[in-house]
Design a protein around this ligand. Structure first.
Ligand code: FES
Length: 168
């Protein structure tokens, strides 16, 4: 896989983060999780650097990154809107919340806005069914979300301009 030119701008940051761990192979997962947490995905350059640091072939690091849903190989937005589509949330109309998010942000599920600010994902039960329908933005949980709340939540993350651009 090809490393994108802009990734080299962050090479030193990746290095500092990766080298904060010893180069033991058993630290592979922890390093990957840390990089994912910082950048919301695993940049290809970082994967290559991780591979060298722990002495594990790049192909194995990619295999792990592809296997675990917690990792992403594509850049995600700074703010990730995760809408629960488990049974309880589905019954409480989570699909409408999802439609509204897509409409306001002008992207589909699993897409990211062109400026890299927002992504939308669906998840299965978040374990907070009593609060259905539930939405999580970068770890902050919003419960009993009504369609009228969606725009306000987007605005909390600076999405006002999106709401005005894509509102129907
Ligand atoms: S189904 Fe959404 S939190 Fe359980």
């Amino acid at each position: 896989m090809q490393i994108e030119a802009r990734e080299y701008e962050y090479a030193n940051d990746y290095k500092v983060l990766i080298e904060s761990y010893s180069g033991k192979p058993e630290h592979l997962l922890a390093i990957m999780q840390d990089v994912q947490k910082h950048y919301n995905y695993l940049p290809r350059l970082a994967i290559s650097m991780i591979s060298q640091h722990v002495g594990i072939p790049v192909s194995r690091v990619y295999a792990m990154a592809s296997f675990y849903k917690a990792f992403s190989l594509v850049p995600k937005g700074k703010f990730i809107f995760r809408v629960c589509d488990g049974t309880a949330c589905h019954i409480k109309n989570s699909a409408t919340l999802l439609d509204q998010l897509q409409e306001h942000l002008g992207i589909e599920v699993d897409e990211t806005t062109a400026d890299g600010l927002f992504s939308i994902e669906t998840v299965n039960c978040l374990g907070a069914c009593a609060l259905a329908p539930v939405m999580v933005v970068n770890g902050k949980v919003y419960g009993k979300v009504s369609p009228g709340d969606v725009e306000r939540i987007i605005n909390e993350y600076g999405g006002q301009s999106y709401a005005s651009q894509h509102k129907c």
